[in-house]
Design a protein around this ligand. Structure first.
Ligand SMILES: Nc1ncnc2c1ncn2[C@@H]1O[C@H](COP(=O)(O)OP(=O)(O)OP(=O)(O)O)[C@@H](O)[C@H]1O
Length: 315
C-alpha cells in the first residue's frame, strides 16, 4: 500500500524516559508523517512507553515530543486531536458500550444530538451497533477491543494511537480493524499502531518503526527490513525416522545452506536456509517422495526476539 507523505505529524527529538531505575525509552528520535505506521517490537521493548509519551500521558525526562506542532504532556488543546486505544481494558463494567463511549465523547465536547448521531456511526464502524446497549461486564475480549477503538475515534482525531489493537480479535475482526485503520490513514490522518508480531504488521502497512530495548533500530519500508531479516540464515530442526538419508537429500536442495544430524540426538537434523518459505513448501514433497516420517519440525528463529537480536548485531 503506498501512502501519502507530508510534513511530520509526530516528532521525537532525543527522547528518553525512565520508569524508576528501568529505562523505557533511550535517546529516541524519529519523525512520522500522515499515514499508517506500525511500531514493531517484542514484549518490554518500550512500545507502550513511546505511545504514552506521544499521547501526553507521560512526560519525557530528556528530549522533546512534538505532535501537530505541540508538546502533548498536559495539553488539553492537543488532547482533542488525539485518539488513544490502550492495551489494557480499563472500563466501567456496569456501563453499556454506548454509555461508555458517550461519556468519553462528552469529555471531548461532543454532546446532545451530535453525540447521539456520531456514536451510532462509530458503533457501526467498529461492528458493535447491535451489541453496544449491553453491559460491558458481559463483553468478550474482542467486543471490549472494539469499544476501546470506538472511544478512540469518536471525536475523529487527527492522530490515532493504538496499543496492540488486534489482540483478542478473531480473523474477521482483525480484517475489519485493519480496514478501519487503513481508511483512517487514507483520510490524511496519522495512525500509529503497536504490535509484537511481524507477520501481523506485514498485513497492516508497509511502513514500520522497529523498537528494541528502548531504542529505535530501524525505520522505513517493511520489505527492506524483511530483506535484512531474510539475509540471516534461518534454522530449522526436523525430527525424523531416517535422519542421515534425509540430511543427505536436503543438502542437494538449492535453497538449503547446510543440513547435519545432531551428534547428541540421532533423530534430529539441523538445517540452515536463506529461503524458509520455499523450504517449508518443499519439505512435505521431499518427505513423500522419499517416504520419510517427519515426526516434528520447528524453527528456533521464529520468535521475534531472535530477529531483533540479529538486527542489533547480537546474533
Ligand atoms: N510503570 C512501570 N514501572 C516500572 N517499569 C516499567 C513501567 N512501565 C514499563 N516499564 C518497563 O519499561 C520497559 C518498556 O516497557 P513497555 O511497557 O513500554 O514495553 P512494551 O514494548 O509496550 O512491552 P509490552 O508489549 O510487554 O507492554 C520494560 O522493561 C518494562 O518492564
Amino acid at each position: 500500500m503506498s501512502q501519502p507523505t507530508s510534513a511530520p505529524m509526530i516528532a521525537l527529538e532525543r527522547v528518553s524516559r525512565w520508569h524508576g531505575q528501568v529505562i523505557g525509552l533511550n535517546d529516541v528520535s524519529f519523525q512520522l508523517p500522515a499515514g499508517l505506521t506500525a511500531l514493531l517490537g517484542p514484549n518490554g521493548a518500550g512500545k507502550s512507553t513511546l505511545l504514552k509519551l506521544v499521547t501526553g500521558q507521560l512526560k519525557p525526562h530528556t528530549g522533546r515530543v512534538i505532535a501537530m506542532g505541540m508538546e502533548p504532556f498536559a495539553n488539553p488543546t492537543l488532547a482533542s486531536h488525539l485518539g488513544y486505544c490502550p492495551e489494557i481494558d480499563n472500563f466501567y463494567e456496569e456501563l453499556t458500550g454506548r454509555e461508555f463511549v458517550t461519556l468519553l465523547a462528552a469529555m471531548n465536547g461532543i454532546q446532545g444530538a451530535t453525540a447521539k448521531k456520531r456514536i451510532q456511526e462509530v458503533m457501526e464502524q467498529v461492528g458493535m451497533a447491535d451489541r453496544c446497549d449491553r453491559r460491558i461486564g458481559g463483553y468478550s475480549k474482542g467486543m471490549r477491543q472494539r469499544i476501546k477503538v470506538a472511544q478512540a475515534i469518536v471525536h475523529d482525531p487527527d492522530i490515532l494511537v493504538m496499543d496492540e489493537p488486534l489482540n483478542g480479535l478473531d480473523p474477521v475482526g482483525r480484517r475489519e480493524m485493519v480496514e478501519l485503520m487503513q481508511s483512517f490513514a487514507a483520510r490524511g490522518k496519522c495512525v500509529l499502531v503497536s504490535s509484537h508480531i511481524l507477520y501481523e504488521v506485514e498485513q497492516i502497512t508497509d511502513r514500520i518503526l522497529v523498537i528494541f530495548k528502548g531504542r529505535v533500530l530501524a525505520q522505513g519500508n517493511i520489505h527492506d527490513i524483511r530483506d535484512q531479516i531474510d539475509k540471516h540464515p534461518h534454522h530449522i530442526r526436523i525430527i525424523t525416522d531416517r535422519p542421515r538419508e534425509l540430511a543427505a537429500n536436503l543438502i542437494f536442495q538449492p535453497f538449503v545452506l547446510s543440513a547435519r544430524v545432531d551428534p547428541k540426538d540421532e533423530k534430529l537434523i539441523e538445517v540452515e536456509t536463506h529461503q524458509p518459505d520455499i523450504f517449508y513448501g518443499a519439505l512435505p514433497k521431499i518427505a513423500l517422495a522419499g517416504n520419510f516420517q517427519i515426526e516434528r519440525f520447528h524453527s528456533p528463529d521464529n520468535n521475534l526476539e531472535a530477529v531483533f537480536r540479529y538486527l542489533v548485531g547480537d546474533a
